[in-house]
Design a protein around this ligand. Structure first.
Ligand code: GH3
Ligand code: MG
Ligand code: MG
Ligand code: MG
Length: 325
């Protein structure tokens, strides 16, 4: 499919200028939309999200400086990249925002400074030197598109950096971060935080019997079961280690967490994944440890993990395929 041409929004009260810019820019292969004052410009900007705004300074209703300031704000709100803070720290604020090219009769230094102060990316005076304009436009749009691509790649990388490659659930890094975040949130809300740690029973034997690839497939199915049981959007499922998984359950007491643990145990057993080498069942089973507490500022979240781990150990010691709370 051919790519859509970039869109340029021309905001000018002078019809002659608008028509000139449209003709020149369409010849360059761009799509052109028009507005006759700042207010209309903002409206079109929000609906069409152009790749470049050409902005006159003096216009009725809303002038170019005011319009530019508002554009800046709208562009900030669009900004979803977690990387924008980095860019700002390096003095690169605005690079990923829609470029605004001021095209105006005003050539006094104050107007130039004012335009850049309200967020203009570039400045050209009338009468327009068309060859210069073409080059500036090409460069501004190229840069904008490049930054958009970089930001998208960045977002994707950030997302992938939190996931476990085999099962698609959160990885250990994300687990640690989330547990810490929720620990502090529960302190503020004076609410209990629960954790379920679970471990596949006799999984080494499963690998030995069916091979590592079958082991991987089993891990994926168990991860899916965990995802199914963690029903609220705040419940986080993570791969804690090799064949160990965790569910963080905010605002949840021991009773609530135990219900989830039992549902999960029964669901995994009910999957009937054949495990001939298991000493306790003909199918793959889980042992689970449940811990729950009211977080306090001078206790680390590791305490919750240690308690869940102890409960898991007891579940193993007392026969497996069960939870201990
Ligand atoms: P228990 O019932 O006491 O938990 O016994 P177990 O055999 O499950 O426990 P152990 O810790 O001895 O073995 C865990 C096994 O999990 C060993 C390791 O090869 C396997 N494992 C860890 N990560 C992966 C993985 O990504 N893929 C596969 N297929 N196996 C894995
Ligand atoms: Mg004007
Ligand atoms: Mg283990
Ligand atoms: Mg195990």
């Amino acid at each position: 499919m051919p790519e859509e041409p970039p869109t340029i929004l021309v905001v000018d009260d002078d019809q002659f200028i608008r028509e000139l810019l449209r003709r020149v820019m369409e010849k360059e292969g761009y799509k052109v939309v028009e507005a006759t004052n700042g207010e209309q410009g903002l409206d079109v900007y929000q609906r069409l999200k152009p790749h470049l705004v050409m902005l006159d300074a003096l216009m009725p209703v809303m002038d170019g400086f005011t319009c530019c300031k508002h554009l800046q704000k709208l562009s900030d709100e669009d900004e979803t990249s977690p990387d924008s803070e980095h860019l700002e720290a390096q003095g690169l604020q605005g690079v990923s925002q829609t470029p605004v090219l001021m095209i105006t009769n005003l050539d006094d230094p104050e107007s130039v400074d004012r335009a850049f102060a309200v967020g203009a990316t570039d400045y050209i005076t009338k009468p327009i030197h068309l060859a210069v304009l073409r080059q500036r436009v090409r460069r501004l749009i190229q840069q904008f598109q490049l930054y958009q691509k970089l930001e998208q790649a960045n977002r994707e990388l950030q997302r992938l950096a939190t996931l476990d490659g085999l099962t698609g659930v959160a990885n250990r890094r994300r687990f640690d971060q989330y547990l810490d975040d929720e620990w502090w949130r529960m302190i503020r809300e004076e609410s209990p935080l629960s954790l379920i740690l679970c471990d596949i029973d006799f999984f080494k034997k499963y690998n030995d019997t069916y091979g590592h690839q079958a082991g991987d497939a089993c891990l994926r199915r168990v991860a899916d079961a965990l995802r199914f049981c963690a029903k609220r959007s705040v419940d986080l499922v993570a791969r804690y280690g090799g064949e160990e998984f965790a569910i963080v359950l905010p605002n949840t007491t021991t009773i609530g967490a135990s219900l989830v643990a039992e549902e999960l145990r029964s669901l995994v057993h009910g999957l009937k994944i054949t495990h001939a080498a298991s000493a306790i069942s003909e199918y793959v089973t889980l042992s689970l440890g449940v811990a729950s507490l009211y977080p306090e500022p001078d206790t680390p979240p590791a305490k919750l993990v240690a308690e869940a781990d102890m409960a898991l150990y007891q579940a193993k010691a007392s026969g497996r395929n069960r939870y201990v709370a």
